[in-house]
Design a protein around this ligand. Structure first.
Ligand code: ZN
Length: 87
């Protein structure tokens, strides 16, 4: 269970910040639920509550369609920000 330590503190970050609505344009909020490869993290890892997890999922899917977030990240460019790739 060593790799689980990273997420040992389980609480909903959105509830703590008292977020009512997760906007798809607000990337700083969405990043709480995204992995470094821009995948949606499951709520068992992030500790998000059901309400906020569903809200974040919808917002992330919208953000992908609006090209705020990439759908896939190239294996070689994991560390590079997606905004540089779009140039
Ligand atoms: Zn919550």
């Amino acid at each position: 269970m060593a790799e689980r330590r990273k997420y040992s503190k389980k609480y909903c970050k959105y509830c703590e910040a008292k977020v009512e609505m997760i906007d798809y344009k607000d990337l700083s909020l969405l990043k709480q639920t995204l992995s470094e490869r821009y995948k949606i993290m499951p709520k068992r890892l992030t500790g998000n509550c059901k309400k906020h997890q569903e809200m974040a999922e919808k917002a992330i899917k919208r953000a992908r369609q609006a090209a705020f977030i990439p759908y896939i990240v190239d294996r070689k460019n994991v560390a590079v920000t997606p905004f540089e790739l779009l140039k």
